[in-house]
Design a protein around this ligand. Structure first.
Ligand code: HEM
Length: 541
């Protein structure tokens, strides 16, 4: 079935769930000559519920049997208070509005003391995982058992269409082969393109600094990387840096960051709305078309969107600027390295960038704590498979980490790089802290080298990010140019739009949220709610 025909799929689901059992009961009653009169509707409803429960129990026992036969265990299931775990669904929808990014999943893993769980919302298997071994299996070692899957394509078809991100097998291979030459080393190490877009961005920052004004760094970096990427990939600069910028203290909150009122503003708004809607669909599960029966909520937004190019490097640079602002010692050390290799004005060369170990450590540490793609989804194909034994996180928990786990067929698995990359079992007790030195200190580097899939901001396996080297070069080039000019960054909470500062109750919680000064949030990719309002201070020395 064409993934865009999700209404037809929903109708077929309704037919299976409601019409078939109701018709079976009616036929039996007719054959036996019974007339239920007023009791007809409640009896049919009760029968539909009974039919669904029996089917689900049968599926569960079949899974148990199949799992036992291959020496595996079934994935531990979340046990909610309401039928179909509807309360769990509500808990997640509420948490995504008010809680720290992905915290609701972490709470569930801690509650059940295991790293892979079955949410089984509305009697459908729905797997979530913060297990590094399972994520490795899904993306790399067991790659052929999974695909993007029907449900993900349904949610994203109008948004991503037939592009590389939304296709599998032969179509995906064709896209990958076509795209690869764009990322040859000669192309992405042509720094002349980066230089032009950096110069424009730094000149905007300099003017803002001269007038003592703060800037929404998230918005500005988004424009910088979109202009550079559009020129790099399509040969046409979208020139979003020339459109009007959000103004400190006068800009309202858009769907994700700050909002502007021109062409660029309407593009951003459409793009952000479409992403938020897709994430919302993911949370509702297979029933999301019920809420869009008469109108596809992405239709209008997708008319406005011409290209899918989420500025992921902009996301990384935004969180990196946040860290430079709250860790001025890191900014000073990184600047000293830049001045040592490139001096105060010379553009960096490919070789300079390769040698600047501290800058690479700062970038990696940012990507570890705030991976721009914090969660991702795959689906098993038509047959079940076996996930390897769980990682070492809860070795004594109910997950029984020594057994492989039975992964049902045609089932989605949501894996969470953000939680894997902050897991103290892999990164030590200081996993939540921003410490670039962990990428230089031989002992912690050895820990990562022994187990590289504890850090996968660019994913892993055959679908690993094709733009990884481009992204590292673009970010490094920009940082050199930025720190040659500026040496201090201060957050401006007074300019954050209303509702975008972290809620006070976070202070009493554990983990990063207790000391976070921004509100990180996820809608397909990570972003700072309301934008990142910062003052850039020009270096005097
Ligand atoms: C910090 C920056 C970036 C990060 C963290 C990042 C991360 C990722 C991740 C996690 C995936 C895997 C998605 C999946 O499996 O579902 C991916 C795929 C991809 N990325 Fe990136 N990316 C970045 C920058 C870029 C840039 C700058 C480009 C191009 C200009 C790019 C092009 C792609 C493409 C084409 C794919 C699809 C690969 C495939 O499905 O075969 N990325 N990226």
């Amino acid at each position: 079935m064409n993934p865009a025909n999700y209404r037809a799929r929903l109708l077929w689901d309704c037919f299976r769930i409601f019409v078939i059992p109701a018709s079976v009961l009616s036929s039996v009653l007719l054959l036996l000559g019974y007339q239920l009169g007023l009791l007809s509707i409640p009896t049919h409803l009760g029968f539909i519920l009974l039919w669904g429960t029996l089917k689900s129990l049968y599926a569960e026992s079949k899974q148990e049997k199949e799992a036992r036969a291959i020496g595996a265990k079934t994935i531990p299931c979340v046990i909610g208070k309401w039928p179909g775990n509807v309360d769990v669904l509500f808990r997640m929808v509420k948490a995504f509005k008010n809680s720290y990014v992905l915290d609701v999943y972490l709470e569930l893993f801690e509650e059940y003391q295991c790293t892979t769980l079955n949410l089984r919302v509305l009697w459908r298997d729905n797997i979530i995982s913060m297990d590094q071994e399972h994520a490795k299996y899904v993306t790399s070692t067991g790659f052929s058992q999974f695909w993007r899957g029907i449900s993900q394509k349904e949610r994203m078809e109008l948004f991503l269409g037939e592009g590389i991100f939304n296709r599998d097998d032969e179509k995906w291979k064709m896209h990958r082969n076509m795209t690869r030459p764009f990322f040859s080393r000669e192309r992405f190490s042509d720094f002349e393109l980066f230089e032009r877009h950096c110069a424009r961005t730094i000149s905007i920052l300099s003017s803002l600094e001269a007038s003592g004004t703060a800037c929404d760094a998230q918005d500005l970096y988004g424009r910088f990387s979109l202009d550079a990427a559009s020129e790099f990939l399509m040969g046409k600069n979208l020139d979003t840096l020339s459109a009007s910028l959000p103004v400190a203290g006068k800009t309202a909150m858009g769907p994700k960051g700050s909002a502007t009122e021109d062409h660029w503003g309407s593009f951003t708004r459409a793009f952000e709305m479409a992403q938020l809607n897709i994430t919302h669909r993911g949370r509702l599960g297979a029933i999301w078309p019920l809420f869009e029966l008469f109108k596809d909520k992405n239709e209008e937004h997708c008319k406005v969107i011409r290209a899918w190019m989420d500025p992921l490097t902009a996301c990384a640079l935004t969180f990196l600027t946040y860290f430079l602002a709250i860790h001025p010692d890191v900014a000073t050390k990184m600047r000293a390295e830049i001045l040592e290799y490139c001096g105060p004005t010379s553009p960096p060369t490919f070789d300079n960038i390769k040698r600047m170990k501290y800058m690479r450590a700062v970038i990696n540490e940012t990507l570890r704590l705030f991976p721009p793609v914090p969660l991702n989804v795959r689906e098993t194909r038509t047959s079940s498979c076996v996930l390897p034994p769980s990682d070492c996180t809860f070795s004594t928990g109910s997950g029984d980490s020594k057994s492989p786990l039975y992964m049902p067929a045609k089932t989605t698995i949501l894996y969470l790089p953000l939680l894997i990359q902050r897991n103290p079992a892999h990164w030590g007790a200081d996993a939540d802290e921003f410490k670039p030195e962990r990428w230089i200190d031989p002992e912690s580097v050895a820990r990562y080298v022994a187990n590289p899939t504890i850090f996968t901001p660019f994913s892993a396996g055959p679908r690993i990010c094709i733009g990884q080297n481009y992204a590292y070069n673009e970010m490094s080039y920009f940082l050199v140019r930025l720190l040659q000019k500026f040496d201090k960054f201060t957050l401006c909470p007074e300019f954050q739009p209303e509702g975008s500062l972290p809620p006070l109750e976070w202070k009493n919680r554990k983990g990063r949220q207790a000391y976070e000064q921004i509100w990180p949030s996820a809608a397909l990719t990570l972003y700072v709610k309301g934008g990142l309002w910062v003052k850039f201070h020009r270096a005097r020395s």
